[in-house]
Design a protein around this ligand. Structure first.
Ligand SMILES: Cc1cc2nc3c(=O)[nH]c(=O)nc-3n(C[C@H](O)[C@H](O)[C@H](O)COP(=O)(O)OP(=O)(O)OC[C@H]3O[C@@H](n4cnc5c(N)ncnc54)[C@H](O)[C@@H]3O)c2cc1C
Length: 329
């Protein structure tokens, strides 16, 4: 059988699954996409909308270990735990800490940099075929610091310099010139003028998905419960059906481990949960995403309003969402 006739199944119609589907389709493969929900219903809907090719410095860094306890204790800190999930996370945390060593951090950062460097051109290739209709803006992304003595600031800047990541350090006046409506309790920041943001991540995903379907791609709204092999070919199983493919892509985001575990792949994947709220009709206040780096939250001007996104919460897949305390603007 020629490579081109290969049948490929992709589980998950988030941004990963849909982009994979389009690129594989461009190469001539027969692609079927599965999702138990409508496309773009999970993390690919609710994120901060950053296209951030500069984001190569991982969370695993030598300085983060010292910062974690105070982040967890503070109710306004960027990190939260669902305490019932802590015992299940211990093996993951142990690996996380081992990967915070300087050489491991640099290894990850270099590899992330290589991948991220390809991301904007790859999106451009996919965007050529759809009408984006103002859904992606090219105004850069701004990070500000409200804490003058933040250690990780120097570390991140140094690593990005070493990797050749373009970054522009900005002082108070420059931040004010960029974002005059921002209350000036910041001390400085970094501006990535080439970064972009989505004004509605889900709408972009749907346009990409429709392009995939219009070009002959198949979508099946089904929950994949199991994977096994039939003469080395992967077989997907729902409650009542089975599908056989030549190759398979598991793109279920945080839920991927449930399926990779069935294949006895020991992937150390856990869940970083996050939240957003919209402040309707306030998106005009800022021109680009702004991230409060030491507070762990950011604001993005979107179609739905000002989307405020934040908190890294470790809590697994089963816990219900935490209650958010939100004050109106
Ligand atoms: C608060 C927050 C802010 C973020 N901000 C950014 C940002 O600004 N920029 C950025 O690049 N990233 C950001 N991210 C990360 C980004 O959103 C995710 O990395 C990305 O959306 C993951 O896409 P995905 O396609 O892998 O997974 P998902 O979007 O989670 O999609 C997975 C899909 O798989 C389906 N699925 C799962 N299991 C099954 C099954 N058994 N059978 C069938 N279907 C199944 C689900 O229904 C879902 O549709 C953020 C994440 C969060 C939580």
């Amino acid at each position: 059988m020629s490579e081109k006739n290969l049948k490929i199944g992709i589980i998950g119609a988030g941004i990963q699954g849909v982009c994979n589907a389009l690129f594989l389709q461009k190469k001539g493969f027969q692609v079927t996409l599965f999702d138990r929900e409508e496309p773009g219903s999970a993390a690919s809907y609710g994120n901060a909308g950053h296209f951030s090719p500069y984001a190569s410095v991982p969370l695993n860094r030598p300085d983060v270990i010292a910062d974690v306890p105070s982040m967890l204790i503070s109710s306004r800190g960027p990190l939260a735990l669902k305490w019932n999930y802590v015992p299940k996370m211990i093996p993951w945390f142990a690996r996380f800490i081992l990967n915070c060593r300087q050489e491991k951090m640099m290894h990850t950062a270099k590899n992330m940099h290589q991948i991220l460097d390809l991301s904007l051109p790859a999106f451009d290739e996919l965007f050529e075929e759809i009408d984006l209709d103002g859904l992606v803006e090219n105004n850069g992304i701004l990070y500000v610091w409200t804490d003058q003595n933040m250690k990780s600031r120097e570390l991140e800047i140094r690593i990005r310099d070493q990797l050749g990541v373009k970054q522009q350090l900005v002082n108070k006046k420059e931040i004010h010139d960029l974002e005059p409506n921002l209350k000036p309790f910041y001390h400085g920041g970094v501006f990535y003028d080439y970064a972009r943001h989505a004004r509605n991540p889900r709408k972009i995903l749907i346009k990409l998905f429709e392009n995939f379907v219009n070009k002959g791609g198949k979508f099946l709204k089904l929950n994949i419960q199991d994977i096994d092999f039939d003469e080395e070919k992967p077989v997907l199983r729902t409650e009542t059906q089975r599908f056989i493919f030549d190759k398979l892509v598991i793109a279920c985001g945080a839920f991927s481990k449930r399926l990779t575990d069935k294949l006895h792949e020991n992937i150390p994947l856990d869940t970083e949960r996050g939240y957003h709220v919209h402040f309707k009709d306030y998106d005009h206040l800022i021109s680009r995403p702004i991230v409060y780096a030491n507070r762990g939250f950011g604001m993005t001007p979107m179609e739905q309003g000002l989307r405020v996104v934040g908190t890294v919460e470790f809590g697994g897949l089963e816990n219900s969402p935490s209650n958010l305390k939100v004050s109106s603007l």
